[in-house]
Write a protein that binds this ligand. Structure first.
Ligand code: ATP
Length: 253
């Protein structure tokens, strides 16, 4: 078992933002969360991360309601890379990534070689190891994004939630990151707008509209011309790519 939601709803005032959403995710799977702007993807991710409490329903981890799981224990399991994650101080890159190890330490435990190894590996995986000593303020938007992802990896989570992680990244790093996420032996839920990347790298897709889940399944099942018209009002032609064997979407108008 992994992360799940049972009839989860969240509202602001009278406005229902996440409407009775249930989902189960297979351990180790990469799940793409699709939907138009404002459809509730970020809100759902925050509920799954335990940052927000649902007004109704339950978020579960291995079948246990997360409201009964201690914050620190939750932080050892779930890493969340938010869309506009801010790191205030002008810290060195390596020190930002080291923050990911905090949930694994007590006030009395000391930093170990194993911690150093995990931090190095996390930086290496996002191609930022050579920038370890740079200061946060000197980084570009895309470099900052990659450091945030390294910090999440250093958390050695069982579940990683990413809100539009490829924003700001050039095409090399978009592909490299999606490949990395799909290859991680970690359950991943990724809010993503690039439908072709979703088709290439996700095992399953969940489509949201107005706070509801309106479609779910494999990319082959979910990505159809009629669904994309219904959800995004774009005309598409979809074919199986002769290069990677996954669906490829051509946008017509
Ligand atoms: N704290 C809040 N207060 C008021 N409204 C909110 C709040 N959080 C989210 N909303 C509203 O809920 C709706 C869903 O927002 P959310 O950020 O979850 O959508 P999204 O699918 O992630 O959108 P995007 O693709 O633009 O990132 C939006 O209409 C948003 O304005």
């Amino acid at each position: 078992m992994s992360i799940g939601a049972e009839n989860v709803s969240w509202k602001v005032g009278n406005k229902v933002i996440v409407d009775n959403v249930s989902l189960t995710v297979s351990p180790g799977a990469t799940v793409g969360l699709l939907g138009p702007n404002g459809s509730g993807k970020s809100s759902l991710l925050r509920l799954l991360a335990g940052i927000r409490r649902p007004h109704a329903g339950t978020v579960t981890l291995d079948g246990k309601a997360i409201r009964y799981i201690a914050k620190k224990q939750l932080a050892r399991r779930i890493a969340f890379v938010e869309q506009h994650a801010a790191t205030e101080a002008n810290m060195r890159v390596r020190d930002v990534v080291k923050l990911g190890r905090i949930p694994h330490h007590s006030p009395f435990s000391s930093w170990s070689r194993e911690d150093d190894k995990i931090v190095d590996e996390a930086l290496e995986r996002v191609e930022m190891l050579q920038c370890s000593d740079r200061r946060w303020q000197s980084l570009s938007g895309g470099e900052r994004q990659r450091v945030h992802i390294a910090r999440a990896l250093a958390q050695t989570p069982g579940e990683i939630l990413l809100d539009e992680p490829t924003n700001h990244l050039d095409i090399h790093h978009q592909i490299q990151l999606m490949k990395l996420i799909s290859e991680l032996a970690v359950t991943s839920i990724v809010a993503i707008h690039d439908l072709n990347h979703a088709a290439m790298f996700c095992d399953a897709l969940i489509v949201m509209q107005n706070g509801n889940v309106i479609a779910r399944g494999t990319p082959e099942q979910v990505l159809t011309e009629s669904l994309l018209w219904q959800v995004f009002q774009v005309e598409t032609r979809i074919e199986v790519s002769p290069y990677h064997g996954k669906k490829h979407i051509h946008f017509i108008s």
